[in-house]
Design a protein around this ligand. Structure first.
Ligand SMILES: [Zn+2]
Length: 224
């Protein structure tokens, strides 16, 4: 009975800390995305493969012919953005269509969420056409940059499972240590002074505290 209830307590604690870890994880990803326009980025080192570029463009603009692709990756702490540009060339005629897809990822230490923003330019149309996949975005699209401008809210929404789980466990563990350490030190101090670790009542000869009923280790037993 006692064993069952203490197991349940540990399970509930574990769940609570994992939930807190998930909340911190989401908050950290949101903060990095919010800081993205101001943070110093560098050009990414791992150049995205042609397969990735094709897949990215077709994910946002399905069933489109692709004749030329170029790609740039930018990254900083907590986020990275891969911009794939695709042109539709038809022999010697002028450029007919161009699409640009931004693949955004955010989260720290590992990426937690991803989303896609796309814009399409067409010679026969006056306006750009914009597409979003798994992104919460609001604000003005930059008609020169073909992307959402810096001051706008952009937040990727598709969870990246491996990164999400890893970060969540890291944050949950850190929070657990942060909360548990002061209590563990206090209990240790009480045991050293010969007091009940739970209620600080002096421990007598009994193996349970005469005040609160918690099993106690007597000092002699600990030093032995
Ligand atoms: Zn006690």
């Amino acid at each position: 009975m006692r064993y069952d209830s203490s197991m349940r307590r540990v399970a509930v604690k574990l769940l609570v800390f994992l939930l807190l870890g998930a909340v911190v994880n989401v908050a950290v990803a949101a903060v990095f995305m919010e800081l993205r326009p101001e943070s110093k980025h560098t050009r990414g080192n791992d150049f995205p493969s042609k397969e990735y570029q094709y897949a990215t463009v077709l994910y946002v603009f399905p069933d489109t012919p692709i004749t030329a692709l170029s790609c740039q990756k930018f990254e900083s702490d907590g986020w990275d953005v891969t911009i794939t540009t695709s042109m539709f060339l038809n022999g010697d005629t002028p450029l007919e269509r161009m699409v640009k897809v931004e693949h955004l990822k955010t989260g720290w230490p590992f990426r937690t969420f991803q989303g896609w923003l796309g814009s399409e330019w067409n010679r026969n149309r006056a306006d750009l056409e914009f597409h979003q996949r798994w992104v919460l975005a609001s604000g003005e699209w930059g008609h020169d940059s073909f992307i959402l401008e810096g001051s706008n809210l952009v937040y990727p929404l598709q969870p990246i499972l491996s990164g999400f789980l890893f970060n969540m466990i890291c944050y949950a563990g850190s929070l657990w240590l942060l909360f548990a350490t002061p209590f563990a030190l206090l209990r240790q101090k009480r045991v050293r002074k010969g007091l009940c670790p739970k209620c600080a009542y002096p421990v007598g000869g009994s193996t349970v505290c005469t005040e609160c009923g918690k099993p106690v280790q007597r000092r002699a037993k600990i030093e032995a």
